[in-house]
Design a protein around this ligand. Structure first.
Ligand code: TPP
Ligand code: SF4
Ligand code: MG
Length: 313
């Protein structure tokens, strides 16, 4: 992990430290953050991602009311159940529009959305592209296991060619999408890749993503031991694979080079591929709201409403 990632300072407008009850309020312990016992299969990669989310919350000293965890449907999308805080296990593929609403209306929060490859790129593909292009401030972690786990082994948009599943008994014939290329092309302003078998790296990526003022996307390889065992062995040094970090001289502001990195054969690279600090929709919308509020300065809510009704006559 590079030092630059570990040393990133807290963003100004975000609640990262005790505020509501005064400085005597301590940060939460893992026990206080954890809710239900996760119902995943023993050995599922998602356990590690959840544990690291808890670590991030501990590190950032977030309290229950500062944590917002949104997800769609899938094994990975069960995340909000396991976090003792505000969260929504929403409609399949619709986590991002829901998270968008929270992000735009609560600038003091950093919204986290979690989900799977099917949730993000099949049914939710459209929302992914639009949330990225609008540069909504949030972090979206996709636990990519190359399969539909919850529904017991169907081909997903990231399943490699030849993968045998209930929907492709003779092997997948559709070309898989590349989540990193997809995110860069869609306009995501922070694009990173990690793997659940490297805990320090997952934590560093989530920490850096949380710091980013914009739409931050992390593809996190997370093995489905039940329906795609061994899928990511080639990226795991403990299984004879290799974990190659993004080259040190890679310029994260270079979109074309990021795209090239994303095209490397599996297991590819891990780290931050792309980062761009263009204004968020949050900031732009806040400006519009501010200007509108100036115009009705001194008026009560009912008077503003009345003015609007009068105008519509
Ligand atoms: C509208 C709708 N269509 C289909 C489903 C069935 N369904 C539930 S989860 C899922 C795919 C899950 O795959 P993924 O997002 O990769 O998550 P994983 O279980 O692998 O973590 C599907 C097709 C549903 N719940 N709702
Ligand atoms: S089916 Fe796969 S993705 Fe779902 S909990 Fe089990 S191992 Fe994890
Ligand atoms: Mg999946």
């Amino acid at each position: 992990m590079s030092e630059a990632i570990a040393e990133i300072p807290a963003r100004e407008n975000m609640v990262t430290a005790p505020t509501a009850l005064g400085p005597e309020r301590k940060g939460l312990t893992k026990k206080e953050i954890a809710a239900d016992h996760p119902t995943w299969c023993p050995g599922c990669g998602d356990f590690s991602v959840l544990a690291l989310y808890f670590k991030l919350i501990e590190k950032r000293k977030l309290w229950h009311e500062n944590i917002t965890t949104i997800a769609g449907i899938g094994c990975s999308s069960r995340f909000p159940y396991f976090v003792q805080a505000h969260g929504v296990h929403y409609i399949h593929g619709r986590a991002l529009p829901f998270a968008t609403g929270i992000s735009l209306s609560r600038p003091d929060l950093h919204v986290f959305a979690f989900g799977g490859d099917g949730d993000a790129f099949s049914i939710g593909g459209n929302h992914f592209n639009h949330t990225a292009r609008k540069n909504i401030r949030m972090t979206y972690v996709v636990m990519d296991n190359w399969v539909y786990g919850l529904t017991k082994k169907q081909t997903s948009p990231t399943s490699p060619l030849g993968f045998k599943s209930k929907t492709d008994q003779w092997g997948a014939i559709d070309y898989p999408i590349n989540p990193m290329k997809q995110a860069i092309a869609a306009g995501a302003t922070f694009v990173a890749r990690t793997t659940s078998t490297n805990p320090n790296h997952v934590l560093a990526m989530m920490d850096a993503a949380m710091e980013h003022d914009g739409f931050s996307f992390i593809e996190c390889l997370s093995e489905c031991v039940e329906f795609y065992e061994g899928a990511f062995d080639a990226a795991n040094p403990r299984k004879g694979g290799v974990f190659n970090e993004v080259p040190k001289d890679h310029d994260v502001s270079d979109e074309l080079n990021a795209y090239k990195l994303a095209g490397a054969d599996f297991p590819g690279y891990f780290g931050i591929f792309y980062k761009n600090n263009k204004p968020t929709k949050n900031a732009k919308e806040a400006e519009i709201n501010k200007a509108a509020m100036e115009k009705v300065k001194g008026l009560k809510d009912w008077q503003i409403l009345q003015k609007n009704f009068d105008r519509m006559k």
